[in-house]
Design a protein. Sequence first.
Length: 298
Amino acid sequence: MKRVAILGVPMDLGQGRRGVDMGPSAIRYGRLQETLEALGHQVEDYGDVRVPVVESLRRQGQGLGGMAYLEAIRAACLETLEVLRQMPPGVLPVVLGGDHSIAMGSVAGASRGERTGVVWVDAHADFNTPETSPSGNIHGMPLAHLCGLGDARLVNLGGPGPKVRPEDVVLIGVRSLDRGEVGLLRERGVTVYTMKEVDVLGIPAIAQAVIAKMRGLPRVHLSLDADVLDPEIAPGVGTPVPGGLTYREAHLLMELFSDADLVTSLDLVEVNPILDVANRTARIMVELAGSLLGKRIF
């Protein structure tokens, strides 16, 4: 049994498509708490971090899109970080997005100042900086900022300097990269398993390598973006990319990490109910969280 703490971050400021701010509600409606309690875990829901609606920021004259919302994103991530740091020791946080920019707060907060491995399961690397990003959207930048690259206001969120070492980061399921990201990932030595490696090596070999890499670290944060799944099974995402993980591949990855008791904190992000079909994507994310936290077929 684990003590699990749910925290919502209804953020849609880091990207251009509306609706992802309703992701935490959709995941809760998909019975996340009930699913985890049925596995024997003690679950507490901490509610939601405060995030302003984009219309209020426009009225305040802060502009439209891209980096215009940096200060609001920074404030929400800082509150996320502070709430997580105040949770009792031993609690496993499950942070619900919102767009992936929330990870700048969730990873930094869940790490509690300790060295932390990050498993980034996503169709995208989110390793852009303001200089390399074609769109300027911050949800494509959180991992770079956690590794110390980018705007100082985000790099130094919650304390000066990087929060994660690039050598402690693994990407899984990637299939859409910007040119600038490729250079930064190679330069910094980040481990990347694209969908080619998933096809060639298979999920068991990748999971085994990740577990071996992360085994000696005091904390491991898994950041699960719904768009890592193939859009045919998870349509409710803002940036769908064909050719993603199948239902069974995603569950197998979670099951193998569960067997290793690897993960100490979790993000579930980028669920957009407006683009979904009958809350299918949110329900799949709940099922994957269940597999990670101990659900078994037999």
